[in-house]
Design a protein around this ligand. Structure first.
Ligand SMILES: CC(C)(COP(=O)(O)OP(=O)(O)OC[C@H]1O[C@@H](n2cnc3c(N)ncnc32)[C@H](O)[C@@H]1OP(=O)(O)O)[C@@H](O)C(=O)NCCC(=O)NCCS
Length: 170
């Protein structure tokens, strides 16, 4: 299978924060942001694999900054690494200053999607060929994040997570 670049799966979704999507502090409700990120990640995984894709796990979410009512929020997702049937999707969330239009990073997340056939059976996806420095860094770290996710899900024994163990023994 021919490798693809992360930019081929890049998905950008921009939307407002409306009153029905906020918590009692008038900031974007966390579950709403998770859903927006899941949608962008799903499109990204589909663009990379050209298959039906399902969310296998949410590996990391950092709600670093609250997003106030009325904000213009941009969710940007792309495949950072593809394995056999699974893909790591890296998501950056930006908010836009109303007056000067400057975009600043609010949150980030990492999801794992799996490409499946019509019966839900995992199928192989193309590999990823990272281009930029950031894409290469995310690609390099993706294997240990996959191993950590599998260990936490009880799908891999800790002593088999060689890449993850190397973090603590180097
Ligand atoms: C995700 C799913 C397809 C995996 O099926 P499975 O029978 O466990 O298949 P496998 O064990 O072969 O795993 C398939 C791939 O997913 C990866 N994977 C499975 N669970 C994972 C996890 N928790 N974290 C990271 N990767 C995971 C495996 O490592 C494997 O990757 P690879 O093929 O790239 O090596 C299956 O569990 C499923 O359909 N889940 C429901 C998905 C869904 O409905 N999501 C919406 C939320 S409700």
């Amino acid at each position: 299978m021919q490798a693809k670049t992360p930019s081929e799966s890049r998905t950008v979704m921009t939307d407002l924060v409306l009153p029905s999507e906020t918590n009692p502090l008038n900031n974007l409700f966390g579950g709403e942001l998770l859903a927006r990120m899941d949608r962008a990640a799903s499109i990204s995984a589909r663009r990379h694999s050209r298959r039906v894709t399902v969310t296998a796990s949410v590996n990391h979410v950092a709600f670093n900054r609250a997003i106030p009512l009325g904000s213009v929020v941009t969710v940007e997702a792309s495949v950072s690494r593809a394995f056999n049937s699974s893909m790591e999707i890296y998501i950056d969330v930006w908010i836009e200053d109303r007056e000067n239009g400057h975009k600043s990073k609010a949150n980030e997340a990492i999801y794992t999607f799996v490409a499946v056939d019509d019966t839900g059976k995992p199928v192989t996806v193309p590999p990823i060929s990272p281009e930029s420095k950031l894409e290469k860094e995310r690609f390099e770290a993706a294997l240990r994040r996959k191993q950590l996710s599998l260990v936490l899900a009880g799908k891999m024994k800790p002593n088999e997570a060689t890449e993850l163990k190397a973090l603590f023994t180097e």
